[in-house]
Design a protein around this ligand. Structure first.
Ligand SMILES: [Zn+2]
Length: 266
């Protein structure tokens, strides 16, 4: 197949899955079916025709407004589609056209859905996180570089570590700090990327969370209870590990090894 045509096809495929991700982001928190009925305008209820449901194209043609009532359509819909399309390209470029690429793409799509729902509602739907745990474990048999034991330890470490942090926090502060949703999400992440991925994800998510959270704490007034969802940071950490984890870990050990000379080995 023509080189460009191939990547364009992959991108379009990714955008179509992104279109489905939008349906999940909107319907899962409302406990609506993600299969039926067909999508309709949130404002006027008119069913969206198939030709108005083409990723990006329809949004551009309709200039971001409903065909019937002209209400503004959130920019998030085309954004999720484009992000999904780009990730489809990324996994194929990184892992080739393989089962592994397909598994990791599904994993990333789940994380995108979780991210937006967590931002909107501060919840992580069990439908994705809990069912992702056995799916990730089974998928480990299809990924050569993650053994099923790796996946199993990932689940235990992911779920266990955050559960402990939450428990200690609640004992000290007398309030719940870490949501149960985050515990299940990290267990799911562990199922897909293994125990090393869990450690990497926790470090990256905490660093990114502090980077965003601490300035926000100063900006907001003191009596306002700060509630930043942790799920999106865990998602960012896990996706970073998928693409650059090995390189970042390597650089990190190079960095701490440097002052002692190269004789020190890990
Ligand atoms: Zn409408």
């Amino acid at each position: 197949m023509n080189f460009y045509l191939f990547y364009i096809t992959v991108f379009i495929f990714g955008m179509c899955i992104g279109s489905f991700a939008n349906v999940c982001i909107y319907r899962l928190p409302l406990s609506k079916s993600i299969v039926t009925p067909r999508s309709s305008c949130v404002n006027c209820g008119n069913m969206i025709r198939f030709y108005d449901n083409i990723p990006i194209i329809s949004y551009l043609i309709l200039k971001g407004h409903c065909r019937y009532c002209k209400v503004k359509i959130s920019f998030r819909y085309p954004m999720v589609e484009v992000i999904s399309g780009l990730f489809a390209l990324c996994v194929v470029l990184k892992f080739g056209l393989s089962i592994k690429a397909l598994i990791y793409f599904s994993f990333i799509i789940s994380l995108i859905i979780i991210t937006y729902i967590d931002i909107d509602y501060q919840i992580i739907p069990d439908e994705i996180s809990l069912s992702g745990i056995p799916i990730g474990f089974i998928a480990s048999f299809g990924i050569p570089d993650i053994s099923y034991l790796d996946s199993l330890f990932g689940i235990l470490l992911g779920g266990g570590s955050l559960y402990l942090v939450g428990l200690i926090y609640s004992l000290i502060r007398g309030e719940e700090g870490m949501g149960g949703g985050d515990v299940k999400l990290l267990a799911m992440i562990g199922a897909f990327i293994g125990w090393k991925g869990v450690i990497f994800t926790v470090f990256t998510a905490s660093a990114a969370g502090s980077l965003v959270g601490i300035p926000l704490m100063f900006i907001r007034s003191q009596n306002m209870k700060l509630k930043i969802p942790f799920g999106p940071f865990l998602a960012v950490g896990a996706i970073t590990y998928l693409f650059w984890g090995q390189q970042i870990i390597y650089l990190y050990f190079q960095f701490i090894r440097a002052p002692y000379g190269s004789t020190l080995s890990f």
